[in-house]
Design a protein around this ligand. Structure first.
Ligand SMILES: [Zn+2]
Length: 169
């Protein structure tokens, strides 16, 4: 039965053979291609039982990966969670700067700063301002937690971490 650690760590991007920077359209194409290949109705012919099971297993993985990545919001949540996990695993903080040192992107509602490796540290408006800042998001009844005074950011390419100060505004 297996290898629970490995199943747990199945990364939806690698299941689809895609990468984090792929456009939604590229992801969809990749998904459709895999479903065509792996769909049980088609794959069954000419395969032994073990192979059939393997195909079915992969088909289900692809479906699950697509449930995460096929929707802009769940994809974003996934990316943030993956980044948080990476942050918890890594070692000491390598850099420190304030929000004013970052470049603001109005389209993405994100601030970014280049890392030494050529990758980017990014932080979203919601993370910086906390849930009460900006417009929208007035549906939760309780009192939202205050924004953290300090945020840890992870590079999207390497394992460097940085400390963002002055996030309280
Ligand atoms: Zn980096």
């Amino acid at each position: 039965m297996g290898d629970p650690g490995r199943v747990e760590g199945l990364e939806p991007y690698s299941v689809l053979g895609a990468s984090r920077s792929d456009s939604p359209r590229a992801l969809r194409r990749r998904y459709q291609e895999l479903v065509r290949q792996l769909h049980p109705d088609r794959a069954a012919q000419g395969l032994g039982e073990g192979e059939r099971e393997e195909q079915l297993r992969r088909f289900l993985e692809v479906e699950r990966a697509w449930r995460t990545l096929g929707d802009a919001e769940t994809r974003r949540e996934h990316d943030l969670r993956a980044r948080d996990r990476a942050l918890q695993q890594e070692g000491p903080i390598q850099d420190s700067f304030s929000i004013d040192d970052m470049d603001w992107d109005d389209d993405q509602l994100e601030a970014s700063r280049p890392c030494r490796c050529g990758g980017l540290f990014t932080v979203s408006a919601a993370e910086v301002r906390g849930p009460r800042g900006g417009e929208g998001g007035g549906e939760g009844g309780g009192s939202p937690p205050p924004p953290p005074p300090l945020l840890l950011l992870g590079c999207d390419t390497c394992s460097l971490r940085a400390e963002l100060s002055g996030a309280s505004g």
